[in-house]
Write a protein of this length. Structure first.
Length: 223
């Protein structure tokens, strides 16, 4: 099966890594897919399409065409399972940029597999929760929602936006993403991202009042 070479792999990894820090896991893939017709663009499209059908990302990564190199594919899977994909990709990119010889690169990637395989999903990705909160705020403002219900079921992060109508958004995710999302609400009273700032006021158990620049609404976590 056709596989991305080292140059093509880094041309996929770098924009995807920068994208997930700002926009989450799916939108960057679509941007890469639409930015050209090369192998990295086609790989991004197939990765996006697989997840759009509801396939979990750690499974969808194996359906990319062309595929990532075997070790990188494994590291993606570990990154998703551990909810540390941003850290994993940062290290993988560094490995590619630091090692010209194939043998040295393979050894560096093996070292990363050993490093991350011993972690647990208790170690939460520092960016994934902020990215999810940013998307929630933007959608709540767009829908003029007064209440947002958030829960995790069967491999999906589900958000229900209630206003004059009900809008439901489902996105494939791993449990640690939902857990980190809840942790931010439970411990932080002011949350800031690159282009947003909200205040969080606890109400009842697993219920919060959120104030953004444009909107005030409730967030309920339904476990």
């Amino acid at each position: 099966m056709q596989e991305l070479n080292s140059k093509e792999t880094i041309n996929f990894l770098k924009p995807y890594y920068q994208g997930i820090l700002k926009k989450g896991l799916l939108d960057p893939l679509l941007e890469i897919a639409n930015s050209g017709t090369g192998k990295p663009n086609r790989a991004a499209r197939t990765f996006y399409d697989a997840q759009a059908t509801g396939i979990l990302p750690q499974v969808a990564i194996k359906l990319m065409k062309p595929r990532l190199p075997f070790r990188v594919e494994l590291l993606f899977g570990v990154g998703f399972e551990q909810s540390r994909l941003d850290y994993v990709l940062e290290d993988v990119i560094h490995a590619y940029q630091s090692n010209i010889e194939i043998e040295a690169l393979d050894q560096a990637l093996d070292n990363l597999l050993d490093k991350y395989s011993h972690l647990t999903t208790e170690e939460i990705c520092s960016h994934c929760s902020i990215s999810e909160i940013r998307k929630l705020i933007r959608r709540a403002e767009m829908e003029q929602a007064n209440t947002v219900i958030v829960y995790y079921r069967d491999g999906y992060l589900v958000q229900k936006f209630l206003s004059a109508k009900l809008v439901e958004v489902r996105e494939a995710a791993i449990p640690a993403v939902y857990k980190s999302f809840k942790q931010v609400f439970a411990k932080d009273r002011v949350v800031t991202g690159e282009d947003f700032k909200i205040s969080i006021i606890p109400l009842l158990k697993s219920q919060y009042k959120v104030k953004s620049k444009k909107l005030s609404f409730r967030v309920l976590f339904d476990d």
